[in-house]
Design a protein around this ligand. Structure first.
Ligand SMILES: Nc1ncnc2c1ncn2[C@@H]1O[C@H](COP(=O)(O)OP(=O)(O)O)[C@@H](O)[C@H]1O
Ligand SMILES: [Mg+2]
Length: 357
């Protein structure tokens, strides 16, 4: 897949922009606060209905603008899909080929977009929520039944938690366990398999970027090797006290270690950013390997925290990743492109986007 046309309205500093990205590398240059990240944010919105900077879309809408809107044309296996997102007042509308769609996953099916930001290291140092999201993004794009298992699991979990909160009798709490455990097994298996398929690609990318490849360990969210049904039953008194279910795939995590020590406590920020880049590149590879097409990869402020040698290594991996890539940089010199050079260069100034090459 590739994003061949993009129209942005009312996204932060961008009043309106219209651009036709190239299928390979797209470099976006501009001074500080020109609107480079805003442009990436618009592309991310188009594939996820979320921002990577805030949970509140209203912060993304340009001040004084009535609405925020992003529309993109995506070429996918010889087919063209037009998809878009519009937020006006408190209402967000998603559309694919002119039809209103209810779920962000419909946008994700059209555009598999991932981002590497200057604070990418947060993925490794913060709590497990973002790592689960990372994992789920990957599995969602390669495993067809995954979304359904995910929805079933979370529906059952909400019901069970509601019963716990209301102090319902054991029988009413436990009636959800069967559904919960069934869906959990499907989530767990898909996630486990996914981490296994990620590992060799992570090794390759991490070796190229860091000179070593850390261990990645999948944690299911409950006691290793234990039967979840049993754990739920054992922990029922504790769950009652807490008012929610403690154990399960909603607490899954990925642990990354170097020589047995968590990378968050031994790697520098630059190394952490490179490792996150390696993880994202590995995901993109998995996607391609499974015939799920190309991903769109956003790299915000590529030069931040990276020396010249690492920048070069990252650019080479990006060029070989098969993804459509959007890179921002304050100076084009910071991103001296691999041999073929960038397909397109856009310059942003006060929120106005202009194609220069
Ligand atoms: N909702 C908004 N409406 C208008 N301008 C905004 C909004 N949010 C942020 N900005 C402005 O957009 C600019 C930042 O754009 P950004 O895309 O982060 O720049 P860059 O990545 O090029 O440094 C800042 O000047 C900021 O004040
Ligand atoms: Mg920026």
């Amino acid at each position: 897949m590739a994003l061949t046309h993009l129209r942005v309205e009312g996204v932060r500093i961008i009043e309106s922009a219209d651009l036709s990205p190239g299928p390979g590398f797209n470099l976006i240059t501009g001074a500080n606060a020109a609107g480079k990240t805003s442009l990436l944010e618009a592309i991310y919105l188009l594939g996820t209905a979320r921002s990577f900077r805030t949970r509140r879309l209203d912060e993304v809408r340009r001040r004084q603008a009535e609405a925020l809107q992003v529309v993109g044309r995506v070429e996918k296996r010889g087919r063209t899909v037009v998809q878009g997102l519009r937020r006006q007042g408190a209402v967000t509308e998603l559309r694919v080929d002119g039809e209103a769609v209810g779920r962000a996953s419909a946008l994700a099916e059209g555009l598999a977009v991932q981002v590497i930001t200057p604070d990418a290291h947060a993925l490794l140092v913060q709590g497990p929520r973002e790592r689960r999201r990372f994992l789920d993004w990957g599995v969602f794009h390669v495993e067809h039944g995954y979304r359904r298992a995910w929805q079933e699991y979370y529906r059952a979990l909400r019901q069970r938690n509601a019963a716990l909160r209301q102090g319902a009798p054991d029988r009413l709490v436990k009636q959800w366990d069967g559904l919960l455990v069934g869906a959990a097994a499907r989530l767990d298996e898909a996630r486990r398999k996914y981490v296994d398929s990620l590992r060799p690609h992570l090794d390759t990318a991490a070796l190229a970027l860091l000179g070593e490849s850390p261990e990645v360990e999948y944690r299911p969210g409950w006691g290793a090797g234990r039967d979840l049904a049993e754990v739920l039953s054992d922990q029922l008194p504790g769950d009652r006290e807490r008012g929610f279910t403690h154990a399960g795939p909603h607490r899954a995590d990925m642990e990354l270690t170097s020589a047995g020590i968590p990378v968050r406590s031994v790697y520098s920020r630059g190394q952490q950013k490179l490792l996150v880049a390696a993880l994202v590149l590995a995901q993109v590879r998995c996607l391609g390997e499974r015939g799920q097409g190309r991903a769109v990869l956003l790299v915000d402020d590529l030069a931040a925290e990276l020396d010249r040698v690492r920048r070069r290594a990252l650019l080479e991996l990006l060029a070989g990743s098969g993804a459509q890539v959007f890179i921002t940089a304050t100076e084009p010199e910071l991103v001296s492109m691999p041999p073929a050079g960038p397909h397109r260069v856009f310059h942003v100034e006060h929120g106005r986007v202009r194609q220069v090459v």
